[in-house]
Design a protein around this ligand. Structure first.
Ligand code: SF4
Length: 475
């Protein structure tokens, strides 16, 4: 994506099913409902008669899979993934998951969402023991950690998995699949979501978001707990905890931006969270205006909340085309601007002559906000008051969310007034960290990209470490 249009990016979705003869088909529908978490590639692996078979490729779920190729993925067990690759994580094709690993003690596949912060140390440790790596992915690293003591083939796989999970640090929610079993694993800090559900026929399903359960007719059972591994096989489900350390530091950006509004994360519905954040935003930053609009799609719930709290009518002032997936292939600045207009249009007959409150979920570089304010003013809005349903983003994310570097984050360098001037808004306000926390009635939540308080050690190297020291000094 070109630098002009950079916003936050979703960070992969995983889905798994055990116990249905339609496993691959159901996995397809599960991944389809997680498509918002990654559009660069996807894959499904299934198992029959001890053999793992997979199909994967770049693109959307409905372009990679067809009725015909899904029919080749036989068996009652499947896992899949939709991919978004972060910058510097290598070629898309080599990172598309699930990745299938072949080993003398048995083949297995991994579908992964997250980012390890101590990956470089573990890679060095494994390389010193003789491991070879084909990719820079955490997925391959975890597979090597699980298999690092190949001589212990007699030891139950769950012990090798738990030992590996105790060595890694960071944010993750992933699935490991053998021909007979799925292991659903979640980091001990609770940074990434992973939920367990059940179909009427008794099949177990596990998904990054609960929105997938509704689509396939499954009932939500519970979340995989932080620090837990759930084994799913013909015995049913069995729980093991690889760590007694357990926190619920869910990534707040899941609520603010990534997750679908119909998903529940850690027991809190995403739409309800966003709507409450909009209400609190009005309490903190009221303004006299004619209409409230949201930037589609993730800001609409917060805009409704702002409207309800203020009594200012909610309107559809911006419309997003559903059929323009990306605009980054357009070469020139003028063509890029046309691309933005293709994606988002201001509704002239709604905003013309009006004082508009424009609610958005976040400001990353400021370029997108500036463009939207310009769009609204060109469509005749007399005033545009920007209200952001999250605090000012000042710090990078080390947990796999592509939030940009500190240099690129406009609020890391500019005051609220300077950002207002840059985006050419009539007024600008951000939600406070306290209100963000209160929106979900949570006691804990990762808000490190706003407050710099990272829930894990960071194990930073070289340039990253010196940048981090600079943030801490300037705070
Ligand atoms: S730093 Fe920000 S984006 Fe990263 S996990 Fe924490 S809240 Fe989410």
């Amino acid at each position: 994506m070109n630098s002009e249009e950079k916003r936050l990016h979703e960070e992969c979705g995983v889905f798994g099913i055990y116990g249905s003869e339609e496993a691959a088909n159901i996995c397809y529908y599960g991944l389809h409902s997680l498509q918002h978490r990654g559009q660069e590639g996807c894959g499904i692996v299934s198992a029959k008669d001890g053999q793992l078979r997979y199909i994967k490729g770049p693109g959307l779920v409905n372009t990679v899979f067809s009725e015909r190729n899904l029919a080749t993925l036989e068996g009652n067990i499947s896992i899949g993934q939709v991919l978004y690759t972060t910058a510097g994580s290598g070629e898309v094709t080599e990172n598309i998951q699930p990745i299938v690993f072949h080993h003398g003690t048995g083949d297995f596949a991994i579908s992964y969402n997250g980012k390890l912060v101590n990956a470089h140390r573990l890679r060095k440790y494994l390389e010193d023991k003789g491991s070879l790596f084909l990719t820079s992915s955490d997925c391959e690293l975890i597979a090597n950690l699980i298999k690092k003591d190949a001589a212990q083939a007699h030891v139950d796989r769950i012990h090798a998995i738990m030992e590996a999970l105790n060595m890694v640090e960071g944010a993750f929610a992933f699935l490991i699949m053998t021909p007979k079993r799925i292991y659903a694993c979640r980091d001990k800090h609770g940074l990434k979501p992973l939920s367990l559900g059940r179909l009427k026929d008794g099949s177990w399903v596990v998904s990054s978001e609960t929105c997938a359960f509704e689509v396939i007719g499954a009932e939500y059972v519970r979340d995989v707990e932080p620090g837990e591994v759930i084994s799913i096989d013909h015995h049913g489900i069995r729980s093991n905890h690889f760590s007694s350390y357990k926190h619920f530091n869910m990534c707040s950006m899941e609520y603010i931006y990534f997750a679908r509004p119909d998903s529940d994360i850690d027991g809190c519905n995403v739409h309800t969270f966003r709507k409450e954040s909009g209400k609190l935003l009005y309490k903190e930053a009221p303004v006299d205006a004619d209409i409230v609009i949201g930037v589609p799609d993730s800001s609409l719930s917060a805009a409704i909340g702002y409207s309800e709290a203020s009594g200012i009518p909610y309107e559809i002032g911006l419309v997003k085309s559903k059929y323009v997936a990306r605009t980054f292939i357009q070469p020139s600045q003028s063509m890029r601007e046309k691309g933005v207009r293709m994606k988002l249009s201001a509704v002239r007959s709604i905003v013309g002559g009006k004082r508009v409150v424009m609610v958005d979920d976040s400001i990353v570089r400021g370029t997108t906000s500036k463009r939207i304010v310009t769009l609204l003013k060109e469509a005749g809005a007399t005033e545009v008051h920007v209200r952001i349903a999250s605090p000012a983003m000042k710090h990078p994310c080390y947990y796999g969310v592509d939030t940009s570097t500190e240099e690129e984050l406009i609020s890391a360098h500019k005051s609220v007034e300077e950002v207002r001037q840059y985006i050419d808004a009539d007024s600008l306000a951000f939600l406070s960290p306290e209100s963000l926390m209160a929106s979900g009635c949570r006691k804990e939540m990762c808000m490190a990209c706003f407050d710099g308080k990272y829930p894990t050690d960071l194990y930073l190297v070289d340039e990253d470490a010196s940048l981090y020291k600079r943030y801490q000094k300037n705070k």
